[in-house]
Ligand binder design. Structure first.
Ligand code: FES
Length: 156
């Protein structure tokens, strides 16, 4: 069962007012759901479809196109580890393996305490500071194993 929080219910008309058609607010509403729930479940897509007059299938097709939206429950911190060319040439594969080992999970999994979810990601447009990863909304660049350990240990 999904329901927008009271706060988000109040925000929805403000979001819709920013766009020429209500359908244009699809990505912002998907983002709103993901920030509220941590992922976008099917019931939320139905609800968004009702608000925007879009079919649930259409909402799902858009949501599934973008790797930033998650269709299954995630950890508190979602790590998107860039494995594209600049990051790869600077050791991303080894650093990703190090991160997975440190968290004791495989790529795509969530830690047992639901704190971290680890994903590979394509270029996140911080190539000049490769290798890098994004955790939720923050970028972490010029990574080394030591830096990754410090970052992960510093997150509550
Ligand atoms: S290749 Fe990693 S940020 Fe562009």
């Amino acid at each position: 069962m999904f329901a927008f929080s009271e706060e988000n219910k109040e925000r929805i008309p403000q979001v819709l007012a920013k766009y020429p058609t209500k359908q244009s607010a699809l990505l912002p509403l998907l983002t709103m759901v993901q920030r509220q729930e941590g992922y976008v479940q099917p019931e939320a897509m139905v609800e968004i479809g009702k608000i925007l007059e879009l079919s649930p299938g259409y909402v799902q097709s858009v949501a599934s196109f973008y790797t930033m939206y998650h269709m299954t429950p995630t950890g508190k911190y979602i790590i998107l580890f860039c494995i594209n060319i600049s990051c790869q040439l600077n050791g991303a594969d080894e650093l990703l393996n190090h991160t997975a080992q440190k968290l004791n999970i495989k790529v795509g999994e969530t830690t047992q305490d639901k704190k971290f979810t680890l994903h590979r990601e394509e270029c996140l447009a911080a190539c000049s500071n490769a290798p890098m990863m994004r955790i939720n909304d923050d970028y972490y660049e010029d990574l080394t194993k030591e830096k990754i350990d410090q970052i992960l240990d510093s997150l509550d």
